[in-house]
Design a protein. Structure first.
Length: 229
């Protein structure tokens, strides 16, 4: 087994153990492999191990990879980086998911630009859960109103929330922030009455155990799979 396969299997095992320790089924936590800055060849290697969901931050880099790998069946592409108005069309035309939606204007553009022949674009709202000054995201107090507006748009399906908290030194601090996001998610789910609102995208290489314990349904892992960038 090569090093990439070993790292991938180690991440899968971390998710399994974190879920079991939290009293959850490992199948309730989805792995999103973050492939930004790694080439199509590396993505193909991880796909050969059974991985299907890949996250990208940079739109043009991602479109190049999506095009290069269109012969591989079943790959699901997630846009997880900040999204500006001038990049919405290629995202609407190539991606399956967007995790970083934090403004109604961007949602409206994605809705208008999503090709009619493609399935609806699955979207999550990015929430600045801990008020990080350098982080994008809607503030928690405004998340429900944005969700209600987004859920009314055609060609989009609102699936849940995404968070990128500031790095935390202790597991206790990680847990506290992730629990904040989990409570917001639960409150919004109850208010929205949308059965498809089922995704809490939180946790990365350094804090996936705390995220899974707090209720994450999708962890975004790049470095622990591919190695340092």
């Amino acid at each position: 087994m090569d090093e990439l396969a070993k790292r991938y299997q180690a991440v899968r095992e971390r998710i399994t153990q974190a879920a079991l320790q939290a009293g959850r089924s490992p199948d309730s936590v989805q792995l999103l492999v973050v492939s930004k800055t790694f080439g199509a060849d590396k993505v193909a290697q991880v796909a050969a191990l059974g991985q299907r969901d890949f996250g990208e931050n940079y739109v043009q880099e991602a479109v190049d990879k999506i095009t290069a790998l269109q012969g591989l069946p079943g790959l699901v592409w997630h846009c997880i980086g900040p999204l500006q108005s001038n990049k919405t069309r290629p995202v609407a035309e190539h991606f399956d998911w967007v995790h970083s939606l934090d403004r109604l204007k961007i949602a409206q553009r994605l809705s208008e630009q999503r090709p009619a022949h493609m399935p609806p674009l699955q979207v999550c709202l990015q929430v600045n859960i801990d008020g990080g000054t350098s982080k994008a995201g809607v503030v928690p107090a405004e998340a429900l109103a944005l969700a209600q507006a987004v859920s009314a748009l055609p060609r989009l399906v609102l699936r849940g929330l995404m968070t990128i908290p500031e790095p935390a030194e202790s597991v206790e601090t990680q847990l506290a922030v992730h629990h904040q996001a989990q409570r917001l998610f639960d409150d919004m789910k109850a208010a929205l009455h949308l059965p498809q609102f089922d995704t809490l995208s939180m946790g990365m290489s350094s804090d996936l155990e705390a995220a899974v314990q707090a209720g994450s349904s999708m962890v975004r892992v790049g470095t622990a799979v591919f190695g340092a960038r």
